[in-house]
Design a protein around this ligand. Structure first.
Ligand SMILES: [Zn+2]
Length: 296
């Protein structure tokens, strides 16, 4: 960072605005990306210098705000809130770590608050995503994007309302929507409903403890579209259970039994034959029984 670019007053103002929190982000691995911001890309200096130059001597009202959150897809509703949720292809409920905001593919997704892009790319079920670091080491996370804004990359400073990408349905998604998360400095998910549309003057005002809580009740999620990757799981859940009867014997045991049976029948046959041979030469009486043979 070129220190000369920012006056002492600018640095002080940056500190008052809580923006200094981002200076530590090079040592911070974002939850979903494990990407680090390169040392060369410390982002805040230039924009903050501009703010410092433009700002009047008396502090304007917005300087009293530590961080303010806008809706990431303005005018579109949250269709699935933060909390325990069971998807149709899942056997159990699990924590939905953010909110889902439904909107048509292509609708712009904006940064919820001022900050610095810390990750942008593609990751598994999240599909295309962007992560932004804010004051107090809070992170916002935008997933299932159809596209990421051209040129957007880690280290870039952005303002609330800047476009990050477009609504899509990438990753494991049940149709076009934004999966939006807010995480604390320890990467724990926070309930976005307690932040969106609200401004916080100082760190102590952030509802960090309250926003980590969620009810033990599991909501069943109803989806209009089953992702391709979940079809087999879904089919398995819908199909009547297949009853598998456990075999009582092994192949070797069956074979041994068959051998014993064969030996048994051979032995019985031999016995019968022996008996028949013994009867040869005997004269049979009218009652069908052999008569005692008279010795000659
Ligand atoms: Zn979601």
């Amino acid at each position: 960072m070129a220190d000369g670019e920012m006056s002492a007053r600018g640095r002080r103002r940056a500190a008052e605005a809580g923006i200094v929190a981002v200076a530590g982000l090079s040592a911070f691995a974002v939850a979903h990306a494990s990407l680090l911001v390169p040392e060369t890309a410390r982002p805040i200096s230039a924009p903050m210098a501009a703010v410092a130059k433009a700002a009047p001597v008396t502090a304007p009202p917005e300087d009293d705000v530590l961080i303010a959150f806008e809706e990431p897809v303005p005018g579109h509703a949250v269709v699935s809130p933060f909390g325990l949720r069971q998807l149709p292809w899942e056997g159990n409920g699990r924590l939905h770590e953010g909110v889902d905001i439904s909107a048509d593919a292509g609708v712009p997704v904006i940064a919820a608050a001022d900050g610095v892009v810390v990750a942008a790319g593609t990751k598994g079920g999240y599909g295309r995503y962007v992560a932004v670091r804010h004051a107090e080491a809070l992170t916002t996370f935008y997933a299932h994007l159809g596209g990421i804004r051209d040129g957007l990359k880690p280290g870039m400073a952005i303002k609330a309302g800047d476009t990050l990408g477009r609504i899509g349905s990438t990753g494991t998604s049940t149709g076009p929507h934004l999966h939006f998360e807010i995480r604390d400095a320890q990467d724990r998910p926070l309930n976005p409903a307690m932040f969106l549309g609200k401004a916080f003057d100082e760190a102590g005002d952030l509802p960090l403890d309250k926003a980590k809580r969620y009810s033990g009740r599991v909501r069943m999620a109803y989806v209009s579209f089953i992702p391709e990757s979940k079809r087999a799981l879904m089919d398995a859940r819908n199909a009547p259970p297949v009853r598998v009867f456990k075999r009582a014997t092994t192949d070797a045991q069956d074979e041994a039994a068959a051998t014993r049976n064969l030996e048994g029948s051979l032995a019985r046959e031999a016995q019968r034959q022996e008996k028949m041979d013994g009867l040869k030469g005997l004269s049979i009486g009218p009652d069908g029984r052999p008569r005692a043979q008279l010795s000659m």
